[in-house]
Design a protein around this ligand. Structure first.
Ligand SMILES: O=P(O)(O)OC[C@H]1O[C@H](O)[C@H](O)[C@@H](O)[C@@H]1O
Length: 414
């Protein structure tokens, strides 16, 4: 379309954006006096809107749409259990109910205040502008400093007192809604790697969703935590997730991320399945460890472990000795539970401990892989190695209805 041909400057670039523009759409329908509207409604909308997810305001009874069903009948009501998604021709009552639903969804969208539930921040914690409306939580505690984005519940920096940062964050990391932050500890959830049907983005929706900060607490100096620590807690429910992405994993869940900032950094991801069916998931705490030069680094603790070699067509291999880096490395070690160390000659040693994890992923893209990544400078790939506590591939998790599961990793500079 010729630029400038439309008076208000619109172009054909966005042909249909109902998801973002539904308030205008509903208003337009009202102005036009239409009495029927053909559309489809997804289970995720039913889940997100027809009951109050934990931590969110309940819908007012007049706006609930229990029993909403297509005119042609046959589809079950969309209720708390999920029900049946349907498409059909809807009558005036349904249009009014759907309009109310859309308005409710809009009115119930997380506000800046909801993304920071009123928690009393310890004096060593402050909020700074982060990504979109989701703040950056800055911790400056005598035991350690850290920076954690509520967007993705993503730790981007952690340095124990007197030490340099143990995590690598790309200087070209994109900090914008919709983008995954390159570096730190991205949370890969509820799937790791490509979406099982190829329908969604890599590594799930957790890393591109705005989590709610629901707690910031000072933990005492004791034997377990010398020097004390700060515990940050973030939560995510389907209502916090872009509905198009939430629909790709249609389960009613609460995910809770706890970040303990102290002499060690502990990150845990706890998932509760509130639905009536088991939920299948894969996941990773995709830790980018800072190293001086990955070509001189070694990972100990995986000797003898079977792995899938993703740079060799998922060939099944067995680790012999420490992991050394001589080219693109992308390995999924199976059945691992041991503590690992990452070290360099004359450099520091990082310990990576974990719990609730059967898989360890070790990754570095090397020059050829990094050259295709716009958020990694060409000369930056030697500066990190990813050692990821995960449950993936053959170690996927089936979370039964009503149950809770936790994946945890703990970093310590030795
Ligand atoms: O670029 P991303 O989507 O963040 O993924 C980065 C990497 O994550 C994991 O380590 C996978 O095993 C790799 O195959 C993938 O390339």
């Amino acid at each position: 379309m010729r630029p400038g041909a439309i008076v208000d400057g619109s172009s054909g670039e966005v042909a249909c954006d109902h998801d973002h523009r539904y308030p205008e759409g509903v208003a337009l329908m009202r102005d036009l006096g239409v009495d029927a509207y053909r559309f489809s409604i997804g289970v995720d909308v039913g889940i997100a809107c027809n009951h109050a997810p934990r931590g969110r305001r309940p819908l007012t009874p007049s706006r609930r749409i229990d029993g909403l069903r297509p005119f042609n009948g046959g589809a079950a009501p969309i209720g708390r259990e999920g029900g049946t998604a349907g498409a059909g021709v809807w009558g005036p009552g349904a249009v009014a109910a759907a309009g109310a639903l859309l308005v409710d969804r809009w009115e119930n969208r997380p506000s800046r205040e909801e993304l920071v539930v009123p928690v009393t921040l310890p004096s060593t914690v402050r909020l700074e502008p982060g990504v979109g409306d989701a703040p950056l939580v800055v911790v400056e505690h005598p035991a350690a400093t850290a920076r954690v984005h509520a967007y993705g519940a993503h730790v981007v920096a952690w340095a124990p007192a007197g030490a340099r940062d143990a995590l690598w964050l790309s200087p070209d990391a994109v900090l914008a809604p919709g983008a995954a932050i390159r570096g730190g500890i991205p949370l890969c959830f509820p799937w790791f790697g490509p979406h099982p049907d190829g329908a969604g983005p890599a590594h799930g929706f957790a890393r591109t969703s705005a989590w709610r900060l629901v707690g910031a607490t000072e933990l005492p100096d004791d034997e377990q935590r010398p020097g004390g620590a700060i515990l940050l807690t973030f939560e995510l429910t389907p209502a916090d997730v872009d509905p198009a992405l939430a629909a790709l994993w249609p389960h009613d869940f609460t995910a809770r991320t706890e970040v303990e900032v102290g002499a060690s950094l502990t990150v845990s991801l706890t998932t509760t399945n509130h639905g009536g069916e088991p939920a299948d998931l894969t996941q990773a705490l995709h830790t980018y460890l800072a190293v001086d030069d990955v070509r001189r680094a070694r990972v100990d603790g995986l000797d003898g472990g079977p792995y899938l070699d993703k740079v060799d067509g998922d060939a099944r291999q067995v680790q012999d000795g420490p992991v050394l880096f001589t080219g693109p490395t992308d390995r999924v070690y199976r059945g691992t539970s041991a503590r690992l160390t990452v070290s360099e000659p004359g450099g520091r040693t990082l310990e990576v401990a974990k719990a609730g994890s059967r898989t360890t992923v070790v990754w570095n893209p090397w020059a050829e892989g990094a050259s295709g990544m716009r958020d990694v400078p060409d000369d930056a790939w030697p500066r990190f190695v990813c050692v990821e506590a995960a449950n993936a591939a053959d170690d996927a998790v089936r979370l039964p209805a009503g149950e809770t599961q936790t994946l945890m990793t703990r970093l310590t500079v030795l």
